[in-house]
Design a protein around this ligand. Structure first.
Ligand code: CU
Length: 91
C-alpha cells in the first residue's frame, strides 16, 4: 500500500510510482483538490474521467487492477499543469 499526499499549497512534481496488481494507492488531501484519470502526462483542457470530485478535503483509494501505465491528476484549476499529477506503472 502506497500513499500519495495531495496537500494544499504543496503543488509540486510527484515522482512516478510503480506498484503491483492488487496494490492500493491512497490520495489524501486538505485544500480543494480531486482526482481524475488522464490519458497521458499532458494535462487535458477538460477532465472527462473524474474519479474523485473536488472537495475541500478528502481521500480516494485507487486500486491497481491491470498491468499498464496510468496517469492520475488533480482536475482543479491549473493544478495539473503545475505538477499535481502522477504516473503510475502497474506491473
Ligand atoms: Cu489540486
Amino acid at each position: 500500500l502506497t500513499t500519495v499526499f495531495f496537500l494544499a499549497m504543496q503543488i509540486r512534481e510527484y515522482d512516478p510510482l510503480t506498484v503491483a496488481v492488487g496494490d492500493t494507492v491512497t490520495f489524501s488531501w486538505r485544500g480543494f483538490h480531486g482526482v481524475a484519470e488522464i490519458d497521458s502526462e499532458d494535462c487535458p483542457v477538460s477532465f472527462d474521467n473524474i474519479l474523485a470530485p473536488e472537495t475541500s478535503s478528502g481521500e480516494y483509494e485507487w486500486t491497481a487492477t491491470e498491468p499498464g501505465t496510468y496517469y492520475l491528476a488533480c482536475q482543479v484549476g491549473s493544478h495539473c499543469s503545475s505538477g499535481q499529477k502522477i504516473k503510475i506503472t502497474v506491473e
